[in-house]
Write a protein of this length. Sequence first.
Length: 119
Amino acid sequence: MQATLVDFAKDRVIYNITGCTAEELDNKLNLFFSSEGYKLKSTEGEVKTYEKGNRVMRILFGAFVKYNKQAVTIKHQGDLFSLLLQKDSSGMSGGLIGMNQVKKEFARLTEAFKLYIGS
């Protein structure tokens, strides 16, 4: 599997991936997110949504409860997979502290993903 970083922003990361099948990429993504404590919440077409924490408890108790939601969009064209990783929650239910928590978690997750996908 060969991964090339195409675009990196504070709220999204795009990789071009070659040298694998859709099933291998899917398995690698699921393994990565489960190792980071995320669970696959939904799959709708090309978009997979992973969650960590409890959304209802986050709304009730704010920044005291951790909640993160990440979206992964996979587009396939020939041998090339384009993978878009983006945060799917703003952290607003946790106020300013919650928003900062979500931003830090996304930065941590993208760094961990860069190391994981490169290996």
